[in-house]
Design a protein around this ligand. Structure first.
Ligand SMILES: *Cc1c(COP(=O)(O)O)cnc(C)c1O
Length: 221
């Protein structure tokens, strides 16, 4: 028997760590979805993970994702986790199953227009900039309630949950707790939070999906 490819062993390890982290806080591992972040990864790293049964993948750029997954996306759930320009709303609505980076009215309007036109409605997450970092996308925690309300009222969106990327240089726990608080007060059950370095913490704070790239596939190209 040949040894499994490197990414397959790493993938199995991440899946096991997710299950252990869920169990450790009394949660059902099935409540936590692994979004395997395949951005900037060579196909040789992705293929064994796909063959092992992983069906949910995350990408941060529309064009790159389309090039990678075009013709291969059947039966998969593809998440857009990177910032989206409203002039790419057409491609994003046509291609992705989940868009996690909704964070402004102009984008909401462009997405609503495309949903109407295409008769296809990706599931939507509002991105919250919990650290209020100027260079980062997302609504501030203070703006979140009004933005979510406007998405519901003005565009008829059934927002599925919230997403955050905590500041790289701070403990992530308080940011995960804040995201959860914003979700709870807005009646949202889904939390996309946690990456390679902190997905176990995120699960402890209630993550329903974790976005893990390098721990699954290795360092990006
Ligand atoms: C790249 C990326 C990830 C995955 O990061 P890793 O540290 O490789 O797990 C998760 N979320 C977002 C929004 C990303 O852009």
């Amino acid at each position: 028997m040949t040894a499994p490819p490197q990414s397959l062993a790493a993938y199995a390890d991440v899946v096991a760590r997710i299950a252990r982290a869920a169990q450790a806080c009394g949660r059902d591992p099935a409540e936590v979805t692994l979004v395997a972040v395949s951005k900037q990864q060579p196909w040789e790293a992705i293929e064994p993970v796909l063959a092992a049964g992983q069906r949910v993948f995350g990408e941060n750029r529309v064009q790159e994702a389309m090039a990678r997954w075009e013709g291969k996306a059947k039966g998969l759930t593809l998440h857009l986790i990177g910032p989206l320009q409203s002039n790419k709303a057409k491609e994003a609505v046509a291609f992705f199953d989940v868009i996690e980076s909704l964070d402004r009215d102009k984008l909401a309007r462009a997405l609503a227009e495309q949903v109407e036109k295409q008769g296809r409605a990706p599931r939507l997450y509002v991105q919250v900039n919990t650290g209020e970092e100027p260079q980062k996308a997302g609504v501030t925690p203070a703006e979140a309630d009004a933005f979510i309300a406007a998405c519901r009222k003005d565009y008829g969106f059934d927002i599925e949950g919230l997403m955050c990327i905590p500041p790289a240089d701070e403990p992530a726990g308080p940011h995960f707790a804040l995201l959860r608080k914003v979700a709870e007060r807005n009646g949202l059950a889904k939390l996309s939070m946690g990456m390679s370095d902190d997905f176990e913490t995120a699960i402890r704070f209630g993550a329903t999906s974790v976005r893990v790239g390098s721990a699954v596939f290795g360092a990006r190209l």
